[in-house]
Design a protein around this ligand. Structure first.
Ligand code: PLP
Length: 427
């Protein structure tokens, strides 16, 4: 039987179901957010049809006059938003941004020093299952067992011992701010470059709510879809351009500025054509992030995270490091006799989405874990405020306390679904 083109109900029915899922429940995954309608409109646009290898004004394809302007808008807005001299807006994701940086400045076998994945770091900071741990020689720093905090003097000692060529800071599950100055001192002592991966808190950093990495870190990467509230993607930035310190050459054998090396690390190093529809959506999101409304949003994200943390502590939950400076927190569930896996599976039955997460010095596997990670970025976009955070923690506690009682979980789910109707998401 011939197959003919027809509306793809299989896919669009599932998208409808996903829309219902996102609307009915409480979204607490720290890396997720809800983008605006205009971000979605740009990403779902005809820009997806265009090939544009190269950079604005220097493309390998014809017909790029319009996408050049769009990409330039994204570049200019990102520069203004973060107060930086140089950006590349093309990385398809956070992992791609980190891959492009490492390809640009390292040789295979070079030493790198990153934050331990099991303490809250990211796969791309040297994990043995990732390119960063396979191509380069990783070593790691972590948090202190007693405090849950990074001791930056100890990072300096590790750097002196390991002599890495690249030090990476930034995390997926660290709720405290970073001492970029101490890390730069560590890097300078051993002649390393310092990369900050601010994927998680980049929106809060853009609005001055956390320490500024650009003063101290040579290179900064971020995703665009977490607190920054843009489309899924990545970004590479530098406070200012500089001559590369390792005598690195471009593929043509020329010694060039770091910006040229990073550009070629993205294309042709690790990517082909840029996703101009995503870059259009990034431009829209950066425009939104330049507004006072977004500044208010980021302040509320932090206030909500603190309200969540306070409510958890009040109910006897153990937070790694005791609290949060940013939008997320990591909760050790062992004192409650629970695993991360059980918590994730229980809460999803109540339409609360979180993720299980390793805690520092975890004795369980990554598939089970002893912790859960919670973030306030998405619920804040939804319009929830501090008193709502207390109510969310009450729901979480009720569900986890009665995790074997399906009727009770269904009742919690019903209450949440009714509550969330007051916060419509999409028109
Ligand atoms: N870096 C950090 C610190 C992250 O938390 C993440 C994603 O969670 C990434 C990089 C990777 O981003 P992506 O999933 O867009 O590749």
């Amino acid at each position: 039987q011939a197959r003919v083109l027809a509306p793809d109900t299989a896919v669009f029915d599932l998208i409808k179901q996903e829309k219902v899922r996102q609307t009915h429940g409480i979204e607490l995954i720290a890396s997720e957010n809800y983008v605006s309608e205009q971000v979605m409109r740009a990403q779902g646009s005809i820009l997806t049809n265009k090939y544009a290898e190269g950079l604005p004004g220097k493309r390998y394809y014809g017909g790029c006059e319009i996408v050049d302007q769009i990409e330039q808008l994204a570049i200019d807005r990102a520069k203004e938003l973060f107060g930086v001299a140089w950006v590349n807006v093309q990385p398809h994701s956070g992992a791609q941004a980190n891959a492009a940086v490492m390809l640009a400045i390292l040789n295979p076998g070079d030493k790198i020093l990153g934050f331990d994945l099991s303490h809250g770091g990211h796969l791309t900071h040297g994990s043995p299952v990732n390119f960063s741990g396979k191509l380069y020689q990783p070593s790691f720093y972590g948090v202190e067992k007693e405090t849950g905090l990074i001791d930056f003097q100890k990072v300096k000692e590790t750097a002196r011992r390991e002599k890495p060529k690249l030090i990476i800071c930034g995390a997926s599950a660290y709720s405290r701010d970073w001492d970029y100055q101490a890390l730069r001192e560590a890097a300078d002592e051993v002649g390393a470059l310092l990369l900050a991966d601010i994927s998680h808190p980049s929106g809060l950093i853009a609005k001055g709510l956390l320490n500024n990495p650009f003063q101290h870190c040579h290179i900064v990467t971020t995703t665009t879809h977490k607190t920054l509230r843009g489309p899924r993607g990545g970004l590479i930035m530098m406070g200012q351009d500089f001559e590369n310190p390792f005598g690195l050459k471009t593929p043509k054998g020329e010694t060039r500025m770091m910006s040229a090396l990073l550009d070629s690390g993205v294309f042709p190093g690790t990517q082909g054509g840029p996703l101009e529809h995503v870059i259009g959506a990034k431009a829209v999101a950066f425009g939104e992030a330049l507004t006072d409304t977004y500044a208010d949003y980021t302040r509320q994200v932090v206030a909500n995270a603190q309200a969540l943390a306070g409510a958890f502590v009040e109910r006897g939950y153990e937070l790694i490091s005791g609290g949060t400076d940013n939008h997320l927190m990591l909760i050790d569930l062992r004192s409650k006799g629970l695993t991360g896996k059980l918590a994730e599976n229980t809460l999803v039955k109540a339409d609360i989405t979180i993720n299980k997460n390793m805690v520092p010095f975890d004795d369980k596997s990554p598939f089970v874990t002893s912790g859960m990670r919670i973030g306030s970025a998405a619920v804040t976009t939804r319009g929830l405020r501090e008193p709502d955070m207390v109510r969310i923690v009450e729901f979480i506690d009720e569900a986890l306390t009665h995790n074997a009682d399906d009727a009770r979980l269904a009742k919690v789910r019903g209450e949440i679904n009714e509550w969330m109707q007051q916060y419509p998401l999409f028109s």
